[in-house]
Design a protein around this ligand. Structure first.
Ligand SMILES: Cc1cc2nc3c(=O)[nH]c(=O)nc-3n(C[C@H](O)[C@H](O)[C@H](O)COP(=O)(O)OP(=O)(O)OC[C@H]3O[C@@H](n4cnc5c(N)ncnc54)[C@H](O)[C@@H]3O)c2cc1C
Ligand code: FES
Length: 235
């Protein structure tokens, strides 16, 4: 997993956990690429990624000082009300991306934060987790508890999750009121192209880039959302 930092005070000072930026560069792909904001210090933002295709490989090949056009903050982030007592953050693979900001906001809201992070195997775990309590889970038991993050997570007043859509569907079964950040393919990132359709339980579709990417888990028609969108962390 790699971290890219960018100077962008307008975005860094307003971004909320779960929101994303749409990155473009030249020469680069025709369409911008969306990334959750990982960290922000008010002046700079960071995103995390692995090289999975042309765009991410080009981003990781850039030199310090090169310019990236950064559109954001985009989408609707996690709703974290003041006064909550307990929050559980559940992340799988690169689903760690929105969680440092979620941990920050949940702590500021007064919550005791438990971060449950999982991967297929120990080398795919992200070690940058933080919180009052951190729980690891791996499918093969090489680190933390053997099994899924959903099984390893304790009950809490607020559940925030990000990861492969298959994992989020399991979160929805256990916590219908959880807030989940979903991944879709995206085009414009601004609500125009309809390339980011999310099927809803009540029928019809939402645009992940405008009404999402964070949803109430029970609102999504998980059977109709592609479950193959997922990346593992490698370090
Ligand atoms: C709201 C949002 C937040 C995201 N946050 C992050 C993040 O923090 N870190 C991160 O690494 N990635 C994130 N992604 C996914 C990221 O946008 C894709 O990895 C990226 O667009 C791939 O670009 P590429 O040119 O490297 O791959 P391409 O060459 O376009 O495709 C390579 C492979 O990746 C698959 N792919 C393309 N787009 C996606 C996607 N959105 N989800 C899953 N698979 C895809 C393709 O099917 C293909 O198999 C996010 C996506 C969304 C919608
Ligand atoms: S990405 Fe174009 S409408 Fe959402």
């Amino acid at each position: 997993m790699f971290v890219i930092g960018m100077h962008g005070p307008e975005i860094a000072s307003t971004v909320r956990a779960g929101q994303f930026v749409n990155l473009g560069w030249s020469p680069g792909p025709l369409l911008r690429r969306p990334f959750s904001v990982y960290r922000s210090d008010g002046e700079h933002i960071e995103v995390v990624l692995n090289a999975v295709g042309t765009g991410t490989a080009q981003l990781l090949g850039m030199d310090i000082g090169e310019h990236v056009s950064c559109l954001g903050p985009l989408g609707r982030g996690f709703e974290i009300r003041p006064g909550i007592r307990t929050a559980v953050l559940i992340s799988g693979g690169l689903g760690v991306a929105p969680m440092p900001l979620a941990a920050r906001d949940a702590r500021q809201a007064g919550a005791h934060v438990t971060w449950v992070h999982g991967a297929r195997t120990a080398v795919e775990l992200c070690s940058e987790t933080e919180g009052d309590e951190v729980i690891w889970a791996t499918d093969d038991g090489t680190e933390g508890s053997r099994g899924t993050v959903v099984a390893a997570a304790p009950q809490a007043e607020v559940v925030l999750a990000c990861g492969p859509n298959r994992m989020l569907a399991a979160v929805a079964e256990r916590w219908p009121e959880a807030q989940v950040a979903v991944e879709t393919y995206m085009g414009c990132g601004t609500g125009v192209c309809l390339g980011c359709a999310v099927p809803l339980k009540r029928g019809g579709y939402d645009r992940a880039c405008r009404e999402g990417p964070v949803y109430r888990a029970a609102d999504i028609d998980w059977g109709a959302l592609p479950s193959h969108l997922s990346y593992a962390v490698t370090r």
